[in-house]
Design a protein around this ligand. Sequence first.
Ligand SMILES: *Cc1c(COP(=O)(O)O)cnc(C)c1O
Length: 239
Amino acid sequence: MNKIADNLQKVRNNIASACARCGRDSSEITLVVVTKSANFDAVKQVARLGCSELGENRVQHLKVAADDIEVFLQQNPDDPALPKKINWHMIGHLQRNKVRQLLRASQIIHSVDTLRLAEEISRNAEKLDICPKILMQVNCSQEPQKYGVPVGAAVHLAEQIVTMPNLKLIGLMTMGPLTLNKDIAKACFARAHELFEEIRGEKIGGPDFKHLSMGMSQDYEIAIENGATILRIGSSIFA
Ligand SMILES: *Cc1c(COP(=O)(O)O)cnc(C)c1O
């Protein structure tokens, strides 16, 4: 087996084991493969290995990768290993002046953390007649992270987002703390889960609100144990 296939298999096995440990079904978990550190050959490889959900943290990189892979899929319509369609997830900080460009390539945005950004996405989505899926990024670590709405302001922002035309609020996203300390990571993910359940309990967003995007290479197993439904993993697949 080559390196990427091998790495991906390990990640999938770890996901299955973590799910088994906490009594979850691994079909509840979506793996978003983060391609920011991968070259195009590596991206094609993960597509061939059945990965249809890919993520990028910069608009420009996402657009280029999405275009390239689209051409590649069109050139290989009969390859049974390839997904019919790739869904691109925008996972990084998004500037308002990049929204319009982004929406042409990706309609799943994990990093909405201000009212003004949500309004900009909504305005552009109306013009394009699309309904992008939105995850609200919450700052759940005690570290002074730059991005993410503070936990205490999150319910209110969610209430505002769901009133906006064309936006579909599907869940929350959070970044684990930078530290490798497992207890700190666990506390952060537990806080995100609690907030997720609170918003769901209040039926903000309705049945669409069902995703908790958290867990990266260093902490995805802890995230699974704390209710993650979407993992964003890059380096442990491509390294
Ligand atoms: C890079 C990145 C990831 C993936 O991190 P790895 O440590 O490479 O698995 C996940 N989420 C965001 C927002 C990222 O920027």
